[in-house]
Write a protein that binds this ligand. Structure first.
Ligand SMILES: [Zn+2]
Ligand SMILES: [Zn+2]
Length: 367
């Protein structure tokens, strides 16, 4: 988009042939309307006042004006022909206060808002059992305070005298319609800004949206919350919120079909004497009692605490017990353990005895 080059004559609302006093009058009149002090420092008023001031600086000095007229002649030759509308331009300003001409509803090509796409990571537990994920989103939407109009007091915004309320100005040899820079294409100059969106008509919305996650959801699943996307203008359909799911890995649990598997280390003493271990479940950490007669068993099943099946029942939580054997015993400690083993005799290790018995039935290594 081209940079807006203000047409000083249009900005002052005078004909190109206007004399010095007409220029001075126009400047005074417009300064009273657009001075930023009168509009609580409104950004638009400041911009407009800058246009008016520089137009006055350029056109009130005869040499500068001559120079400017040459530039204008090159840029837009037809402008130098007498412009009957220019003389009426300031009369338009006198009519002032009308409603903004270009309503947001009239903006073309925006019948549905954009979908909002976000990636959201849920916990392992939520993905397994399903539930509601709170997805933080921030997006642009119609400002609720001014209903997208950029102002809550349309009556206080004067009709733009530069484009005479059309929002566009014709210029150049081809007479192309360009957005009027004085009113930013609104047709009215937004002097009374909406405090919530600073006149943009669009407000940043930041909120958390609850999105339903089905049980056994996996990473990459795409969820859609209808009507939770952007609403670009009043009267348009909002887009959807599209969530691509990521699942945080669990530090201990793994999924195996309908079961959950947890590898839990236990000590040598726990394997002999029993005790309790802490085990994570989908519902939180729980204490599990190890039976004193654990024997050679290396896996405990907790039924009904695994993954949710389609029929509503649940698989098992399989706790894999991993024997942790001390590796850094002193020579004295090892002597104690050796004494213990000697006291127990070979019968204490049923599996080892059984293995020796079966090994004896095997063929020896051929010579
Ligand atoms: Zn607003
Ligand atoms: Zn305008």
């Amino acid at each position: 988009m081209d940079v807006y080059v203000p047409d000083h004559y249009r900005v002052l609302g005078v004909a190109v042939a206007a004399d010095a006093s007409a220029i001075k009058d126009a400047y005074r009149k417009l300064s009273r309307v657009y001075h930023p002090d009168r509009h609580g420092g409104s950004a638009r008023a400041t911009t407009c006042f800058q246009y008016i001031s520089s137009a006055h600086v350029e056109l009130s000095d005869p040499l500068r004006r001559l120079n400017y007229d040459r530039q204008l002649l090159l840029r837009d030759p037809l402008r130098m022909v007498e412009d009957p509308r220019a003389a009426q331009a300031l009369d338009v300003l006198d009519l002032v206060v009308r409603r903004i001409k270009r309503r947001p509803e009239a903006l073309p090509g925006a019948d549905r808002g954009r979908d909002l796409r976000v990636r959201h990571e849920v916990s392992f537990e939520l993905a397994a059992l399903g539930g509601t994920a709170l997805v933080a989103v921030s997006y642009d939407s119609v400002c609720g305070t001014c209903r997208g109009q950029g102002t809550t007091e349309p009556a206080r915004n004067p009709v733009c005298h530069v484009c005479q309320g059309k929002g566009t100005v014709k210029h150049g040899l081809r007479r192309t319609n360009d957005e009027c820079g004085f009113c930013a294409g609104r047709g009215a100059v937004l002097l009374a800004n909406c405090p919530d969106c600073s006149g943009r008509g669009i407000a940043r919305i930041e909120q958390q949206i609850g999105v339903a996650v089905p049980p056994r959801a996996t990473a990459g699943l795409v969820l859609r919350a209808r009507g939770m996307g952007e609403t670009p203008a009043l009267g348009t359909q909002p887009g959807d919120l599209v969530v691509e799911l990521a699942v945080a890995p669990h530090p201990i649990l793994a999924i195996d079909g309908d079961d959950l598997v947890a590898a839990v280390p236990i000590t040598w003493l726990q394997a002999i004497a029993g005790g309790t271990v802490s085990v994570p479940t989908l519902e939180g950490i729980e204490r599990l009692t190890l039976p004193a007669d654990l024997g050679g068993r290396r896996e405990l099943r907790v039924v009904g605490r695994g993954m949710l099946r389609a029929d509503g029942s649940r698989g098992a939580l399989r706790v894999r017990l991993e024997l942790d054997v001390p590796r850094t015993l002193s020579e004295a400690d090892c002597a104690i353990v050796r004494d213990l083993h000697a006291n127990w005799g070979d019968g204490a290790f049923a599996a080892v005895s059984d293995y020796a018995r079966r090994l004896a039935q095997c063929a020896p290594k051929s010579p």
